[in-house]
Design a protein. Sequence first.
Length: 70
Amino acid sequence: MRFTIACPHCGARGIARAMEKESDTLWMIDFQCDDVTCGHTYRTRLEMFPPETPIPRREGGVSRQFQFLV
């Protein structure tokens, strides 16, 4: 999968060329315009904001026994 975002200079497609991880929830992504006459490069910031309270994990691998009436 390729990250693309419109070039702020000319509006053509910009393609992600490099990604730098700053922390567990923050990345800096360098884009380059796909239009060769423009060639503008720009940096974006992608940040995730986790929920305030952690979502509890479900226990995996637990099988349940069902009783069927005959």
